[in-house]
Design a protein around this ligand. Structure first.
Ligand code: G1P
Length: 286
């Protein structure tokens, strides 16, 4: 079945970014001049998915404002002859068909995905965690969709992580490795290094079959007392195969201040307009 929907999870507290996230959703922090969640929508659209469901929570109203139509601002920009800016602002409400579901209680990533269950229905769908920004030639979701087409089964994005960092990720146990693809025979959410089944950590991109919803419903609270998507996937793979792909591209973890700052530098250096001046300023600073 063709995948047409993407669920973007934007319901977390943004604890690692307090105090700014007390008033600004972490998904609205900028990377150069666009918020992080803009890159998630762009990646979904570039991967052929135009039906976007954003899981929000209280305090996340700015996300709806950002992708909504603002006739006052658009009229103002037109009056001022700011055609370029008008186009950029107008484009935001035209990028995709975006709908919102609200996670009333923040019970974990698995629970947030389950909140989108009704909007997704009985079809395969993509999940994007917008604080993982992936810079790649082919959009990361599109790479996962190729594997999904081949196996018609759930596919997770993974990358090699340092053993010291296993506590930050869901870690998979890979089998039947063929090139960059493997079958998943087990998963553990944020294990201690000694308990990690491999060095392959899950990155925030998934293609999931709708059977994951029943698996989430059957999942008990796990790490941190939350309903974890990783635990639900461990249940799902008892019923149907799950695959993983070591995607091509560079991932930036913008969910922490240092990762976010490093992503700013990397993206600015790549920008043809800002890169040369940024390089010069960095050289002076160092
Ligand atoms: C979540 C998932 C984890 C995954 C990670 C990727 O954790 O629970 O399995 O490896 O995203 O970014 P979080 O970073 O939200 O704590």
């Amino acid at each position: 079945m063709k995948v047409s929907k993407a669920v973007i999870v934007a319901a977390g507290w943004g604890i690692r970014f307090l105090p700014v996230t007390k008033a600004v959703p972490k998904e609205m922090l900028p990377l150069i001049d666009k918020p992080l969640i803009h890159y998630a929508v762009e990646e979904a659209v570039a991967s052929g998915l135009t039906d976007i469901i954003i899981v929000t929570a209280t305090g996340k109203e700015a996300i709806g404002d950002y992708f909504g139509h603002n006739s006052g601002l658009e009229a103002f920009l037109k009056r001022k002859g700011e055609t370029g800016l008008w186009q950029r602002v107008h484009h935001l409400s035209q990028m995709a068909d975006i709908s919102y579901v609200r996670q009333e209680e923040r019970l974990g990533l698995g629970h947030a995905v389950l909140t989108a269950g009704e909007a997704v229905g009985n079809e395969p769908f993509a999940v994007i965690l917008p604080d993982d920004i992936i810079d790649s030639r082919v959009p990361a979701l599109k790479q996962l969709l190729v594997v999904y087409e081949q196996f018609q089964a759930s596919v997770l994005a993974v990358e090699a992580v340092s053993p010291r960092e296993s506590r930050k990720y869901g870690i998979i146990n890979p089998t039947e490795v063929v090139g960059d693809t493997c079958r998943v025979s087990g998963l553990v959410e944020k294990p201690a290094p000694a308990e990690a089944p491999s060095n392959l950590g899950i990155v925030g991109r998934y293609i999931l079959t709708p059977q994951v919803f029943a698996a989430i419903q059957a999942t008990k609270p796990g790490k941190g007392g939350e309903i974890q998507l990783t635990d639900a996937l461990a249940l799902l793979l008892k019923k149907q195969p799950v695959y993983a792909l070591r995607f091509e591209g560079t991932r930036h973890d913008t969910g922490t201040p240092l990762g976010w700052l490093a992503a700013q530098v990397a993206f600015t250096l790549k920008d043809p307009g800002l890169g040369p001046e940024m390089k010069e300023r960095l050289r002076r600073l160092l």
